[in-house]
Ligand binder design. Structure first.
Ligand SMILES: [Zn+2]
Length: 77
């Protein structure tokens, strides 16, 4: 199952979601907003990295655990 990275347009926070398909309805885990846009899948390494961006996974690990928001929320830091 692919993990997709999304950006919430309401609170402007990125988050990751494990989804069955691209058609799966996803809501922001923070504000429950549905005005979100899908970024590239984190399965693929983020290319053309801009400085200051998060690494390929939120944790900087090859595979971040589901739910990791890159800010210590998953306890993997
Ligand atoms: Zn939000």
């Amino acid at each position: 199952m692919p993990i997709y990275e999304y950006l919430c347009n309401d609170c402007e926070k990125p988050f990751e979601e494990l989804v069955m398909s691209a058609a799966t309805a996803v809501a922001c885990p923070l504000c429950e907003g549905t005005d979100i846009e899908r970024l590239m899948s984190v399965v693929n390494a983020r290319s053309g990295g801009r400085s200051g961006e998060l690494p390929a996974t939120a944790c900087g690990r090859p595979s971040a655990p589901p739910g990791c928001d890159g800010h210590g929320g998953c306890g993997c830091h």
